[in-house]
Design a protein. Structure first.
Length: 142
C-alpha cells in the first residue's frame, strides 16, 4: 500500500550562471530530459538533469596524424607522428607542482598538463593515443 503525502514542499534550486542559458533552452524546447535528486546531507540535495545532445563536430582525426602520450610521475612526453608513423616533433611537458598538495591539487595540476597536450593536438588537427595504465598498490612493509 502506498502512503499519501498531504504536504507539498517547495525549495529553491541553485543553478550556476554558466548553465542558465542551456537549461532555459532545454526547458523551452519541449525535448525529453531526466531529473535525478540525490540527498547529500540533512539540508542539501544534488539535482542532476541529463538529456540527449547532438554529437560534437569532429575536429581531429588520425588522418592528420596522432599525438602519442607517455605519462610519467612528473611529466608527460608527447610526440606527433604522421598517419604512417613518422615522427614530426616531440615535447616534454613538466609539472613538479603536482607532488606538493592535496589530491584535488594533484588532479588540477594533471588537468593542466592534459589541457596543454589536448590544445597541441587540436592545433594540429590530430587524434590522441595514450597508454591505458593500471597501477598496483605500493608495497607496505610491516
Amino acid at each position: 500500500m502506498c502512503s499519501h503525502v498531504d504536504e507539498i514542499s517547495f525549495f529553491s534550486l541553485f543553478v550556476p550562471e554558466k548553465f542558465h542559458k542551456e537549461l532555459d533552452g532545454l526547458l523551452a524546447s519541449g525535448a525529453a530530459y531526466n531529473v535525478r535528486i540525490r540527498r547529500k546531507d540533512e539540508r542539501k540535495y544534488c539535482v542532476v538533469v541529463d538529456y540527449e545532445t547532438e554529437a560534437p563536430q569532429v575536429i581531429a582525426t588520425r588522418a592528420n596524424g596522432i599525438v602519442g602520450v607517455d605519462t610519467n610521475p612528473d611529466r608527460m612526453a608527447i610526440c606527433l607522428v604522421t598517419p604512417d608513423g613518422n615522427r614530426v616533433w616531440s615535447r616534454t611537458l613538466v609539472n613538479t607542482r603536482m607532488f606538493y598538495g592535496s589530491a584535488n591539487k594533484t588532479h588540477y595540476e594533471v588537468s593542466l598538463l592534459v589541457k596543454e597536450m589536448t590544445d597541441l593536438a587540436i592545433e594540429n588537427g590530430c587524434a590522441i593515443a595514450a597508454e591505458n595504465l593500471t597501477f598496483k598498490p605500493k608495497f607496505v612493509s610491516g
